[in-house]
Ligand binder design. Sequence first.
Ligand code: C2O
Ligand code: CU
Length: 468
Amino acid sequence: MTLAQVLLASVAALVTVCGCGANERPTSQQQPSADDVALAPARDINPDPGVFELNLEAAAATKVYGGSPATTVWAYNGTVPGPFIDAKVGDTLIIHFRNNLPEPTTIHWHGIRLPAAMDGTLAMQKPVPPGGSFEYRYTLKDAGLYWYHPHIRSDIQVQKGLYGVIRVRGADEPSSDDEKVLVLDDVRLKPDGSLAEFLDDEAKMLGREGNTILVNGAALATLRLRPGALVRLRIVNVANGRFFNLRIPGINSMRVIGTDGGLLPAPYDVARLLISPGERYDVMFVAPSAGPLDLMSDPYERGHETGMKPSVKVASLLVEGAAVGSARALPSRFAELQRLPATDPTPIQLDLNEKFDAKGELFFTINDAVFPDVPMIMTKSGNVRVFDVRNVSEMDHPFHLHGFFFQVVSRSGVAEPAESLAQKDTIIVPMKSTLRLVSRLDEPGGWMYHCHILEHAEGGMMGEIVVQ
Ligand code: C2O
Ligand code: CU
């Protein structure tokens, strides 16, 4: 490492662990100790505090996952996850993207409300060819945790390591002692360290689940908590197919304070946190006085006996350092959200299913069609539309809508409780159930919606809405 790299790495550790926003002072005397899974920070090359500008290159790189031999990955600026973009509401983001992969790619900014031309899908932009470049530029409207990834051959490209996180801070962030961003993933490694490309029948059916769990790109990750600290975890699941059902034995409840599109008016407590591919959750708890603890993922039945699998360890949580006499309490209330009226007289009906073709090959369908043959949905800009997403298959599908947040109206006819109001862009549609969603489609352009199990999206469970 050069001196500059050493300095950069220590700044990274502080930024990631302390999580102090630009207008927030460090809240405690002692500095938290560094995790061994600090994210690489994005370097803002623009001195204007309202502009975050960076160079981003996708290229092959080498990475060592746990005790495995070196793996050839595809990475943004050489790191998996890619650079961590830490910005604030109102910032303009400018990304000078260059593709040095051997195949075309794009970048999609998952969850971010932006102009359609910047959304990184083939509905709105040409693929960036090998050696080509593209400038993404948009303004961040909403606080929350978002992520970026390719939207071409996403099952392959994301698995290879192309993903990164964007944290957007708002004016009303709750105070915490330690804030950590956790990027959950898994990879399927062969004994020689290479990524397994072959999909067995189970992986074709359920999406690829790896044999190695990664937190911020590290296998067997260790996180450090300070005794008594009020901890805030910002979690995103970037795995192709794995659902994480998180639990920390020894911590009986975690408070969920936010999700995809920011903070919740009514935070709630859970013992376990289920998070499907694409979703984000924002949780808080008080660290115990002694450790270590394990971060576990418990079995969850998402179809085809997946609930019979054993619990797996996601990370070790060490409890170290001087105790924090945190005077802060868990937050119990945040700003109200406006509930959208679900009065659309012609709801958009989407049936999710799977089918085998004549050759016995498995496809995933929306309204019985395989993308790109799923009929386009046309709608007028500004309309508040209702979606009835009906899952007729034997497994759960995490439904993702680009460009807009939605709210849940009902689940299989049961009205969603008023206190569960949240801004979502990805949500589990459990097998054999119907979710009624409502969204204000107020940005013109072509927008994709799809299952976020990437093997399902690439296998046909994807469609396009054109907002005119
Ligand atoms: Cu994160 Cu269209 O996806
Ligand atoms: Cu699916």
